[in-house]
Design a binder for this molecule. Structure first.
Ligand code: G3P
Length: 221
């Protein structure tokens, strides 16, 4: 499963850089809006730090303008994925970009009929917003299971990237059930490293080691 960090914050990017097995960085307009630098500068900085795919979202609303914007964004980084909203214009632009062999992601996917169209267009990725579906009692994980069935039955190569992740449990479920990709916010990534039991065990090991070292120091010839 590909794992991305959903951020544009430079400290988070530095952190991700320590773990080159991560697959890259995803962004969206709200994530970029939290930063104070110019969009291009942010993306170029991320590109310097991260080897994997870097995902950037278009902000134009018409298909032709989305396409033009995407063609500009893709040159900012080495391995771009262009995110487009799942709208009539978004899918039109996505198809044009696919014809140019540019990787595209349809974002803000909330219905299975949107999945049908995106899979039919054979876009590279779709991102159902699992947390926001759950917020509306729309059963995010059941939704992506149905989305996977649709993609398989249409014979598409479209990958599902789980987005809007609120818990580490969802990440492990996606890995367990063989999903293609997930993007996690920084606090969730940090939580994935830790367990209080690991810390408790480590403290005990450390204390035992220190007492052993003190004893053996005393008995040294
Ligand atoms: O990847 C999508 C994500 O950025 C949205 O997350 O928490 O705003 O629903 P959230």
């Amino acid at each position: 499963m590909e794992i991305y960090l959903d951020t544009a914050n430079s400290d988070h990017v530095e952190f991700a850089n320590r773990y080159p097995f991560l697959d890259g960085i995803t962004t969206n307009p709200s994530i970029i809006a939290k930063e104070s630098f110019e969009h291009k500068e942010i993306m170029k900085h991320i590109n310097e730090k991260v080897n994997g795919k870097i995902w950037m979202q278009v902000t134009e609303e018409k298909a032709d303008r989305m396409y033009e914007q995407a063609m500009e964004l893709k040159d900012w980084v080495d391995h771009p994925v262009i995110k487009l909203p799942m709208t009539e214009d978004g899918l039109e632009a996505a198809y044009l970009l696919r014809e140019k062999n540019i990787e595209v992601n349809m974002t803000l996917i909330y219905t299975l009929s949107q999945v049908v169209l995106a899979a039919k267009a054979n876009v590279t990725y779709i991102s159902p917003y699992i947390g926001r579906l759950d917020d509306q009692s729309l059963q995010g994980q059941q939704f992506i299971q149905h989305a996977k069935e649709i993609i398989q039955s249409l014979g598409a190569s479209t990958k599902i990237i789980g987005a809007s992740i609120r818990t580490t449990q969802v990440v492990s479920d996606l890995a367990r059930f063989g999903y293609d990709a997930v993007t996690v916010p920084f606090p969730i990534l940090k939580k994935m490293f830790h367990s209080p039991l690991t810390q408790e065990g480590l403290t005990a090991f450390q204390e035992d080691w220190e007492s052993y070292m003190e004893r053996t120091e005393i008995h040294k010839p």
